[in-house]
Design a protein around this ligand. Structure first.
Ligand code: PBG
Length: 327
């Protein structure tokens, strides 16, 4: 037998942990992470585990504050805050979304007071406040675009007033970034940023989040505003529009099933790209590792690394607290 022996040997660069470390291309840093949390309107120490998201809780601000102290000393940079709104405050006009006396604004201002350096990302969308469970105003079964913009702007202004560093529109209405930018600027909040959920897909991976907030649509689905998972050009169009309209950060959501979208957008924009490692992606790993089918730590670190490798600088992940013990 006279076959050639390989003279190019990529395995040389994998031969020891020293050489592997030396040629490593992607590292996760604590400063990459934003931790999404679910807030309860409740005094004192209260927390309830979310059954579809083991290890994640709906919790009161005091309870959350306790958990935050150690995380901040480990280097946590920011929170994405989602309110659990009681059913009796959900209406068709979503007016609780911009109630200055509502519990979310109070919670945000408390968090800002207690942790001035912690960045607060507030979600701008109507679903937690909507009796229809939709992200926009609903009339005769139709999600209204332009009428929704005004409500989103009022919501964003309330968040800005109480200390949100970034408002994060996750509603997918057309023109909302420009509308919010202009509303914020005209009220003197030119320093409040906009993280736009630019490419937000109509995904089945949001299921556990909707359980957590009890915010699933009461009729139909979100396909007239969230994007079709089959499309990528459309994602690019949405992202570039948001950049033009004045977004500071662009988000792709979900992350794992959309790594190609993260990659494409990060090559086409000069803005930092964020990715949301959503609830379903979290719960799948939790369930599999609970059943003993996956090693949780290595699976989580591998998938988060893949999100970063695809081009996301910022990762929203429910795994954040445990990841801080691992990296
Ligand atoms: C809604 C919103 C959703 C998530 C964040 N903001 C759900 C939805 O669009 O129905 C999902 C996040 C997750 O699944 O972790 N504005």
């Amino acid at each position: 037998m006279n076959h050639p022996t390989p003279y190019i040997r990529p395995r040389r660069l994998r031969a020891s942990s020293s050489i592997r470390d030396l040629v490593e291309e992607t590292q996760l840093h604590k400063s990459d992470f934003i931790w999404p949390v679910f807030l309860l309107d409740s005094a004192g120490m209260k927390k309830e585990e979310i059954s579809a998201m083991p290890g994640c809780f709906r919790q009161s601000v005091d309870q959350l504050s306790n958990q935050l102290e150690p995380l901040l000393s480990k280097g946590l940079k920011g929170l994405a805050v989602f309110p659990c709104v009681p059913e009796n405050l959900k209406t068709n006009d979503c007016k609780e979304a911009y109630n200055e006396e509502g519990f979310l604004p109070k919670a945000l201002s408390l968090l800002k007071e207690r942790f001035p350096n912690l960045l607060l990302f507030s979600d701008v969308a109507l679903d937690p406040y909507s009796s229809d469970g939709h992200d926009g105003l609903v009339k005769d079964g139709v999600i209204l675009n332009d009428e929704t913009l005004e409500i989103l702007a009022r919501q964003a202004l309330v968040h800005a007033q109480v200390g949100a560093d970034f408002v994060a529109p996750s509603d997918m209405m057309d023109g909302r970034v420009a509308y919010l930018r202009s509303a914020l600027d005209s009220e003197g909040y030119q320093d409040v940023g906009i993280l736009s959920y630019s490419a937000k897909y109509a995904s089945s991976f949001y299921g556990p989040f909707r359980d957590a907030l009890d915010s699933a649509p009461k009729f139909g689905d979100k396909k007239t505003y969230q994007m079709n998972p089959k499309n990528i050009k459309e994602a690019l169009r949405e992202a570039l529009l948001d950049e033009e309209e004045g977004a500071d950060l662009l988000m792709v959501k979900p992350a794992l099933a959309y790594l190609d979208v993260i990659s494409e957008i990060s090559k086409s924009t000069t803005l930092p790209v964020a990715a949301y490692n959503v609830s379903g992606e979290y719960s799948m790993i939790k369930a599999a590792s609970h059943a003993g089918w996956l090693d949780e730590r290595s699976a989580v670190l591998e998938k988060l690394t893949s999100i970063k490798r695809a081009g996301a600088k910022i990762i929203f992940s429910y795994h954040t607290p445990e990841v801080f013990d691992w990296i």
